[in-house]
Design a protein around this ligand. Structure first.
Ligand code: ISE
Length: 337
């Protein structure tokens, strides 16, 4: 397989699905999208026509077919479980966009199915782990170059969200990235979660409290605060400051030219997540293709997806009850060690 072109089937041809198809076909090495499927058949067929692949009305039939060696799941979140399960059933490697599934129980079912099948096949699309800046932070923390990490201050700011984005989505759709990436940076699980509100922006709506602050503590006592402000109106701004015993580490922004204009000197920053993390997405997908061809999973696992959702559920409960919620988690199964 290592020397052959990996045939990929994509279920769900919405925006992120199409971006992955273009990435795989036009930028990355060693793979090609040979098939796609979408619940909206007319739309899916048009996408298949545009990218020269075979359209399947039935996503499960596509996953089972010989047209496909490995699967990318980019459907709406509630359908992730169904297609990840179909891939496990077919014994095929599957990359599933985050979250693995909206409920922790659904993630648990995926974990159990994967263990029962006896082979790791699932990778979750937590792309921040592939961002060069987060990777630098990870190295410094792992090596304890600046002593123990004690405290992290993070922010997740979006320029705007659509009217369907509700209070709960701040944790479940946006902060799920920090839940995963901080756990990966620190290499430990969380013990408690809390979510507090700030003064509401006038740009929020009836169903949305914005900004919010999620506070997590890890089992060893590291404290993490994360601001979610999804209606800044002007920027996509991701911050991660790690306070260590001997130094303070800051996530570097991707380099942009300095512009001196109108008696101001400064750097543009991204206004959208797809451009801010484009290098991370490319690295994530290329590494997934390489690992799949070598017959292994080396990115975020189904277990990571499950732990993320258990933590998000605790944070959601904390938000809804305005209490500090303990996070109960089983030991990591041997299978994932
Ligand atoms: C979106 O779904 C993403 O995954 C982005 O990375 C995140 O920044 C944004 O807040 C989410 O809505």
């Amino acid at each position: 397989m290592a020397s052959q072109v990996l045939k990929i089937g994509v279920v769900g041809t919405g925006a992120i699905g199409r971006t992955h198809i273009e990435r795989i076909n036009e930028k990355l090495q060693g793979a090609r999208v040979t098939a796609c499927s979408d619940i909206n058949a007319d739309f899916g067929r048009a996408v298949a026509g545009k990218y020269g692949c075979t359209f399947y009305e039935d996503g499960e039939a596509m996953i089972a077919s010989d047209d496909v060696d490995a699967v990318v799941v980019t459907t709406l979140d509630p359908f992730h479980e169904q297609y990840v399960m179909a891939a496990i059933c077919a014994g095929k490697y599957v990359f599933c966009e985050k979250p693995l599934a909206p409920q922790a129980e659904a993630c648990r079912r995926i974990v159990e199915a994967e263990i029962a099948g006896g082979k790791q096949l699932v990778q979750v699309g937590f792309m921040r782990r592939y961002d060069p800046g987060y990777r630098q932070l990870k190295n410094a923390i792992q090596e304890r170059t600046y002593g123990e990490p004690l405290l992290l201050h993070c922010a997740h700011r979006n320029p705007a969200v659509d009217s369907g984005y509700t209070t709960a989505m701040a944790v479940e759709n946006s902060l799920i990235h920090e839940i995963d990436v901080v756990r990966w940076l620190l290499d430990e699980d969380y013990a408690t979660a809390e979510v507090v509100f700030a003064k509401n922006t006038r740009k929020a709506h009836e169903e949305l409290m914005d900004p919010q602050v999620m506070i997590l503590t890890t089992k060893s006592g590291v404290r993490i605060d994360v601001e979610a402000f999804v209606n800044t109106g002007h920027c996509y701004d991701i911050k991660c400051e790690v306070v260590c015993e001997d130094a303070i580490l800051n996530l570097p922004q991707p380099a942009t030219i300095e512009i001196c204009e109108d008696a101001r000197r400064g750097h543009a920053i991204d206004s959208d997540w797809s451009t801010r993390f484009v290098d991370a997405y490319n690295a994530e997908m290329q590494e997934w293709i390489n690992a799949t061809k070598e017959g292994r999973v080396d990115g975020p696992t189904a277990w990571d997806g499950y732990v993320g959702q258990v933590t998000a559920a605790a944070a959601s409960k904390a938000r809804d009850t305005q209490t500090v919620v303990s996070i109960e988690l089983e030991d990591k199964p041997e299978f994932y060690k």
